[in-house]
Design a protein around this ligand. Structure first.
Ligand code: ARG
Length: 459
């Protein structure tokens, strides 16, 4: 097929280079956005009287036909069209003839592709927001039913202090909320229209940029035509927000993987989300969180690829930018499927072993801070109390016992301020209950947060 620009060239493109140059095999994902962008452009050309109303209707109905043929599976953009923009233009001309050749008046593929990607990203971000809300809701439900379930809290992967399981889960709810906010901010910048920047300098054709922007639902337009076609910062922001949500998904995945080990036994996988081993009949593998953890690397990779892609690229459009598509397409697909898989896992794939959880917090020294705080309550300076308790811990470890196994007389040898009531403070339930500082793990703080989330998530 002759190229649109072929008159300027004597020879045809080397077939390998033709393939190398093409983006049709991946940018056809933008087909609906490309058609919408063209329809808005044509309406505008008619409004500014660059083309006649009848030419406009002819082109628009041609574009609508292409859209329905695509949706009905009768048309699929394919090589030898170089990219989706040429593919639609070529198809339009073949459908409606000469009038179709007016479609590209006053625009370039540079502002066109920038518009298409932004439309596509905006739609993806809106879908992602819905998926995150679903994930938050499933975490919320699990949290709401586990306010009084205790779980060991860790720092450095060493037992630190016991927590309300709900508090632990609500920590993820917070992270995912920040992710939502981040995507919202990215969306506001994505929602800026570059159409009308043309190749880089604007156009002498009478266009109305605000009209096309409004038609396509953009909030504003790029102020500078060169800038409009010269950056992919919005793609990077999208992938960066995606990399961060993947880091949160990967964190919770890792915890689930640990929780379902025999060693932890804090939870088990239901049959809905676990897979077996081809060899070892006893196995129930946490493939879902492992895959999510694994896929995090892809998204980080895409971020690196895009950052490197824009580095040192001079103004204005350069073909390097064609490389923006696969990373953002794959990122959107990867994070959407990971968020969804995690939602299902939380909703129906995980069962906490509540008995193991409550036993585990009874059999460690994670109440050591409370032993020290008991002394603080008796006016002992914290640092002194800390040292005293360090000695008590050592004493217990040497004897293979826990605080609760000590006699009060033994404790008093370490500090006379210890009294019988100390053992009440050391009960894990009371340990958790007492951490009532704002945002702490006490049951009343957690209940307050549960109520806040209920309102925020409209549950
Ligand atoms: N396929 C190209 C891309 O994705 C479209 C823009 C091409 N512009 C150009 N001046 N060659 O970036």
């Amino acid at each position: 097929m002759a190229k649109v620009w072929s008159k300027r060239f004597d020879k045809t493109l080397n077939p390998f280079i033709e393939k190398f140059n093409a983006s049709i095999c991946f940018d056809r994902k933008l087909i609906l956005e490309d058609i919408d962008c063209s329809i808005a452009h044509v309406k505008m050309l008619s409004k500014t009287q660059v083309i006649s109303p009848s030419e406009s209707s002819k082109i628009i109905s041609g574009l609508e036909t292409i859209k329905s043929e695509y949706l009905e599976g009768k048309f699929f953009p394919n090589p030898p069209s170089e990219d989706i923009h040429y593919s639609i233009e070529e198809k339009l001309i073949s459908l409606i003839g000469e009038t179709g050749k007016k479609l590209h008046t006053g625009r370039s593929r540079n502002d066109q592709v920038g518009t298409d990607i932004r439309l596509w990203l905006r739609k993806e971000i809106d879908n992602i927001e819905i998926l995150i809300i679903d994930l938050q809701k499933s975490l919320f439900n699990l949290a709401e039913s586990n306010i009084y379930t205790l779980i060991p809290g860790y720092t450095h992967m060493q037992r630190a202090q016991p927590l309300s399981l709900a508090h632990h889960l609500l920590a993820y709810l917070e992270m995912f909320h920040r992710d939502r906010e981040r995507f919202k901010e990215v969306r506001s910048r994505v929602n800026t229209c570059p159409l009308g920047a043309a190749a880089l300098a604007g156009t002498k054709i009478k266009i109305d940029r605000n009209f096309t922007a409004a038609e396509l639902g953009f909030e504003k337009i790029y102020k500078n035509s060169i800038d409009a076609v010269s950056d992919r910062d919005f793609c990077i922001e999208f992938v960066s927000a995606s990399a961060l949500i993947m880091s949160h998904l990967s964190k919770i995945s890792e915890e689930i993987i640990l929780w379902v080990t025999d060693e932890f036994s804090f939870a088990k996988l239901t049959d809905k989300c676990a897979t077996g081993s081809s060899l070892m009949p006893q196995k129930k593998n946490p493939d879902v969180p492992e895959l999510i953890r694994g896929k995090t690397g892809r998204v980080y990779g895409h971020l690196q690829a895009l950052l490197t892609m824009v580095k040192g690229v001079p103004l204005a459009y350069n073909k390097d930018f064609q490389e923006d598509k696969e990373p953002i397409f794959d990122t959107a697909e990867t994070i959407s499927s990971c968020i969804k898989a995690m939602t299902i896992l939380i909703h129906e794939g995980l069962e906490f072993n509540v008995d193991n959880l409550s036993d585990s917090v009874k059999n460690d020294f994670s109440n050591a801070t409370d032993l020290a705080d008991y002394l603080v309550g008796k006016q002992v300076p914290f640092r002194t109390a800390y040292e005293v308790v360090g000695e008590v811990v050592k004493y217990c470890i040497e004897r293979k016992i826990l605080f609760k196994n000590l006699k009060i007389a033994e404790l008093k040898k370490f500090h006379p301020a210890f009294d019988d009531d100390v053992f009440v403070d050391l009960e894990p339930f009371n340990v958790v209950k007492s951490r009532n500082s704002e945002g702490g793990t006490s049951f009343s703080q957690v209940e307050k947060e549960i109520n806040n989330w209920k309102k925020k998530l409209l549950i």
